[in-house]
Design a protein around this ligand. Structure first.
Ligand code: ADP
Ligand code: ZN
Ligand code: ZN
Length: 821
């Protein structure tokens, strides 16, 4: 084929066609990476989506610049999944590409060039462009980037010229891939002599007088098993540790021809811990749930496992995974990002050893490329445990997808595009592989449970905790009344404090949850009411005591804490309310001789912060853990006998139709951390002002079904999902007038197309973030409508609106958020 249709990592709605240089035609296939010029100066890594012999009309066709690999870096059906995501979530396939592939596999503009040192033939004819470029290369002692070449020569589009110079053997071209991605290598030592007497003697003769070399030689003989006639490779690291040998000694031995030093690429992720290979025997309830799941898969591709907290869902997942591995197929085990702690991964690794591959956002780019390559070149059965973006990995032979905590809002990517839901994408991925999906949760999303009840998904339920430990007792504490009676100690009511005290005096631990980090969320001048706002966002700032700064929780900007009010100049600045930092402070003072840990975004910034805290708490180093929603997810601490929930009202008061659902899930999940393995029942103290909120009446009895029935009525009455489908349209601009004008114009067009299914535009709860004003329009579609049609209309409108050239369009952002959460 002569032309390739290439996907670029840009928000472009089409593929771009490039000519394939003749010598690459036989090699290039779908899924290959190609380096291509785009725009005036830029080079990008693209992916070949298709090949054709038809030359597209009306374009200037550029040529593919180079191919970095000998093989495609995508596996079937990855491209198909990209297209599905782009189509369903109304974004470009280039945006999906960008999210799907680790940055280490993308080369952007950073291709480096140097003169080929072996090239000596001065008689090769050169044209003017070529000689200018060579001139620049001669002046520079090292490799230089294409961008720099263009800067220094003043030429544009040097790509093709470089290809010609490459063909003539005058330059070398290095992809910066080699610079970004580095394989991890390990050094090995092997002796170059045998155990034969004469050889040994001459070996020792060679090191005679060099004491350290002699010691090294002895260690090498021993560790390689030479005297037993073996010739094991020795890890240089182990040798150095064992015999305190430096690199220079090894080099000396190598020069004397006594050893060979080799470097081997190794995988970063080999697991060296204990492997039991054993799965616990399932209880009777668990076994029948397992069987029901298998049965349900005979008819349905997707099954929901609703199991109360600590019922043993994870154990069931492991049994299913083992079953699928034995059939030599792969398993994708999705969890919310934050649940990817050693708690879960070690539990899995103990059983499956290095059959477990972990993938998440805190990995370095090198690590991600390693995993990508490992999966790319194998059909071996593995269990890939990862956060949402692992749906994009190159699976081969996927047999099962597990989505744990399927209700979790963090499965949805908010920013940037693709704004996809990892759970729903995983279901589609499974289907493409002919695999089954299991969704698991103690508190399934209302939409999911609805689908299960109406037969779209299978449904299996586990209603008892493992080992018959009881679900915790819920005590709802009226914080308003406590306060009136003077029965509070800062953020805690005395009743709550007593509950925590009791747990600890009985040797247990306690978790305190509140959904706010920092010290105090409200800062105010007592005199004139002034309160500090972010310069770029329409939000008030939170005071952080540790840094003595005011912080914007939307854009991260920090400001000094003023000593006096900037408005009235009075030194009467007051702080109000509680964040995790303040609660920690306060508890330190009111509980004596007790250690406290705090887990929130501020204490878990570095790679292992989260891990370390969990380890400390589970090993009993502290009695109390204070934290944000990070403490609600998937943790399994056996000694936690009480949980306190502060500032509960904030959970109910978010302006969203899912507020109740989210509040119920959060409360039930946090409560579920309590009493997981004790004989005595755990206790949960919920402090609230609005103690009569309906959600609390269901939480009190751990009544998911009751809550579901209540909530589904609300959804029906107000025509919300699952009875309709939602798409939000966001319009952002740095100018207020522009955002008004654009959103009115866009809404006008939408009205024309969708009539009274359009609501808005409205200013969202936070109307400006990072200097952009925001407007939101809502589209509510009846479930019987053709979504295909709706998507087509929306896409056309988007393209059309952009091409008509509204005066603010160039500087605006407009995007769709499909199935918002
Ligand atoms: P869930 O995922 O539903 O919250 P887990 O699978 O984490 O529940 O189980 C809760 C606790 O009970 C864990 O510590 C787990 O090891 C233990 N457990 C569950 N099922 C079994 C079993 N069949 N045998 C032994 N321990 C079990
Ligand atoms: Zn003031
Ligand atoms: Zn801000």
């Amino acid at each position: 084929m002569r032309y390739a249709k290439v996907v670029l990592p840009l928000p472009l709605h089409n593929t771009y066609t490039y000519a394939i240089p003749a010598h690459l035609r036989s090699k290039l296939r779908q899924g290959f990476r190609v380096i291509v010029p785009f725009g005036k100066k830029k080079y990008y890594t693209g992916i070949v989506a298709d090949l054709t012999d038809t030359k597209p009309e009306g374009f200037e066709i550029k040529e593919i610049f180079s191919i970095p690999d000998e093989f495609p870096i995508l596996k079937r059906p990855q491209l198909q999944l990209w297209n599905w995501v782009a189509d369903y979530y109304l974004c470009s396939v280039g945006e999906v590409f960008k999210a799907a592939i680790p940055a280490g596999l993308k080369i952007e503009s950073e291709t480096f060039v140097e003169l080929n040192p072996d090239f000596t033939d001065d008689t090769t004819p050169l044209n003017e462009r070529e000689s200018i470029i060579i001139g620049v290369l001669r002046q520079s002692s090292k490799k230089i980037s294409i961008g720099d070449i263009e800067k220094k020569t003043g030429l544009t589009g040097v790509g093709l010229t470089l290809v010609h110079l490459l063909d003539k053997g005058i330059v070398n071209i290095h992809e910066n891939l080699a610079e970004r991605y580095q394989a991890k290598k390990e050094t090995y030592i092997t002796p170059e002599f045998s155990k034969e007497e004469s050889q040994l003697q001459s070996a020792f003769k060679l090191v005679k007088g060099a004491k350290k070399q002699e010691i090294a030689l002895l260690a090498i003989i021993e560790m390689s098993g030479l005297m037993r006639g073996e010739s094991k490779e020795i890890k240089s690291k182990e040798l150095k540790e064992r015999a305190d040998i430096s690199q220079s000694i090894l080099k000396a031995l190598e020069q004397k021809g006594l050893i060979r030093i080799t470097k081997k690429e190794i995988n970063r992720f080999s697991y060296s811990g204990l492997i039991s290979g054993q799965l616990p025997t399932l209880s009777e309830d668990q076994s029948s749930a397992l069987e029901e799941i298998h049965n349900s898969w005979r008819e349905k591709d997707v099954t929901l496992l609703r199991g109360v907290t600590s019922s043993g869902k994870t154990e069931i997942y492991m049994h299913l995974a083992k079953f699928v591995l034995e059939k030599r197929r792969q398993v994708l085990y999705l969890v919310p990002e934050i649940a990817l702690t050693t708690q879960l991964t070690q539990r899995l690794q103990k059983v499956f050893g290095d059959k477990i591959i972990i993938y998440h956002s805190k990995f370095t780019d090198n690590e991600r490329v390693d995993i990508w390559k490992k999966l790319l070149h194998t059909e071996e059965p593995y269990i890939i445990v990862g956060a949402r973006s692992s749906v994009f990995l190159p699976f081969g032979h996927l047999g099962l997808v597990i989505v744990d905590e399927e209700h979790d809002a963090s499965y949805k990517q908010q920013e940037p595009a693709p704004r996809y839901n990892g759970r729903d994408t995983a279901i589609v991925l499974a289907r493409m592989h002919g695999a089954k999906t299991l969704l698991g949760s103690a508190t399934p999303a209302i939409d999911t449970y609805y689908k299960a009840l109406t037969g779209r998904f299978g449904l299996v339920e586990l209603t008892k905790r493992f080992g018959d430990s009881l679900l915790p007792e819920i005590r709802i504490i009226d914080y308003g009344i406590s306060k009136k009676r003077g029965e509070v100690l800062g953020s805690l009511s005395l009743a709550t404090k007593n509950i925590i005290d009791n747990s600890i005096s009985e040797g247990g631990q306690s978790i305190i949850f509140l959904n706010r980090r920092g010290y105090a969320p409200i800062v105010e001048c007592k005199n004139c009411g002034w309160s500090p706002k972010c310069e770029c966002c329409d939000v008030t700032l939170t005071f952080h005591k540790q840094t003595d700064r005011l912080t914007c929780h939307y854009c991260g900007a920090v400001y000094p804490m003023p000593q006096q009010c900037p408005e009235c100049k009075e030194p009467n600045i007051e702080i109000k309310g509680y964040g995790t930092e303040r609660v920690e402070d306060e508890i330190e003072n009111s509980f004596k001789n007790i250690s406290i840990l705090r887990m929130d975004r501020d204490t878990t910034r570095n790679k292992d912060g989260h891990q370390t805290l969990i380890h400390k708490f589970s090993s009993g180093e502290a009695q109390i853990l204070v934290g944000t929603q990070m403490v609600t997810k998937g943790l399994d601490f056996g000694k936690v006998s009480s949980v306190a929930i502060l500032n509960t009202d904030a959970l109910f008061n978010t302006p969203d139709f899912r507020a109740s659902e989210r509040a119920f899930n959060t409360l039930e999940q946090v409560a579920g951390r309590s009493g997981r393995r004790s004989d005595t029942q755990g206790i949960v103290a919920i402090q609230a002002y609005s103690t009569n909120h309906p959600v609390l009446s269901f939480i009190r009895k751990h009544d998911y079904i009751g809550f579901y029935n209540y909530e589904i009525e609300q959804r029906k009455a107000f025509n919300y999902p699952p009875f309709t489908r939602l798409i939000y349209i966001y319009i952002k601009h740095k100018d207020k007038e522009a955002v008004e004008e654009l959103s009115i114009a866009y809404t006008h067009r939408l009205h024309h197309l969708f009539g009274n299914r359009i609501f808005g535009p409205e200013e969202p709860y936070v109307g400006r973030i990072q200097s952009l004003y925001i407007r939101k329009i809502m589209l509510k579609i009846e479930t019987t409508a053709s979504m295909q049609k709706v998507r087509e209309i929306l896409r056309d409108l988007y393209l059309n609106f952009h091409s008509t050239g509204h005066r603010f369009i160039k500087s605006a952002q407009i995007y769709y958020d499909v199935d918002p959460v």
